[in-house]
Design a protein around this ligand. Structure first.
Ligand SMILES: [Zn+2]
Length: 296
């Protein structure tokens, strides 16, 4: 039986990450000697004054180069036609995080697609309730949706999801077990994020490249895991449907590029109708998110 804490998605803002200056300060701080001899300290102050900052910068650059080198050496795995298995050994929390992306290479986080095309994007999560009338509705109105599924639910409803897939939908990554990622260490996050990638490729014929964190919660470690797992974008939302109601994060009605969050729940058919009515009322049309966030 598939179980996980079922809560409505909420938008969350990630905490700011330390800037380069803070990293340099931290590096210099760690290098500080324990001895208190005044002459030595004075000379070390001079040393720090003239060489400390450049030296710290060199250390930071060396770390970045090392990370890039490690990634390049493992590139043959990720570009191979037979990707490496997702599970990896647990990583103790005391070791440096292997999945933390170096500065400047965090994946894009997309809540709204910057486009002037008259389009909106319907995204449907989890996969627990599979009402055939939903598939009928999507087929009848030719609505392409993006499905962020959890593997166990996806496999249980394979025929149902394949039917929706044929309308122009894609099946993307929503973690292995729908665990709250921010409470997990790097190894556990990587297993959660990488888990569905090979499985979906095998079952649905295409590797996912978009990622949505459960409940919208993520941190810098998640961003690193997304990169390591070969995914491209973190997808959030600007509107959500619940019990036949559409709530937007901005004033006014739906806007071009809005991403709407829905769930495979008993209220989905009603929510789809409400979202479609709102889109039509705003002169917008549901479009495939995958065309705007391609697997580049
Ligand atoms: Zn979810």
């Amino acid at each position: 039986m598939f179980r996980f804490p079922f809560t409505r998605h909420r938008r969350v803002f990630k905490p700011a990450r330390p800037g380069l200056g803070e990293r340099v300060s931290a590096a210099v701080g760690r290098a500080r000697p324990a001895r208190r001899d005044s002459k030595v300290l004075a000379s070390r102050r001079d040393w720090r004054l003239w060489f400390g900052l450049p030296a710290a910068l060199v250390v930071v650059v060396a770390i970045v180069v090392a990370v890039i080198a490690v990634r390049s050496s493992s590139g043959s795995e990720s570009s191979s036609t037979q990707p490496s298995p997702a599970p990896t050994p647990p990583v103790p929390s005391s070791t440096p995080a292997p999945t933390t992306a170096p500065p400047g290479v965090a994946p894009p986080v997309v809540s709204k697609v910057p486009t002037t095309d008259p389009v909106v994007f319907f995204t449907i999560d989890d996969g627990l309730v599979r009402d055939p009338k939903v598939a009928d509705f999507l087929e009848r109105h030719k609505i392409p949706v993006t499905m962020f599924l959890v593997p166990e639910a996806a496999m249980e409803g394979e025929v149902f999801f394949e039917r929706i897939q044929k309308v122009g939908a894609s099946i993307q990554d929503h973690t292995q077990n729908h665990r709250s990622l921010t409470g997990l260490g790097p190894g556990a996050q990587q297993r959660e994020v990488c888990g569905p990638v090979d499985e979906f490729q095998q079952e649905f014929g295409r590797r996912p490249w978009l990622f949505r964190p459960p409940n919208g919660f993520y941190n810098a470690t998640t961003e690193g895991a997304v990169r390591v797992c070969g995914l491209r974008d973190i997808v959030l939302w600007t509107g959500a449907t619940n019990d036949g109601r559409l709530d937007l994060q901005h004033p006014g009605g739906l806007q071009a590029g809005d991403i709407i969050l829905m769930h495979f729940r008993p209220d989905l058919l009603e929510n789809l109708q409400v979202a479609l009515d709102a889109a039509r009322g705003a002169g917008l049309k549901p479009a495939p998110l995958e065309q705007y966030l391609p697997d580049r």
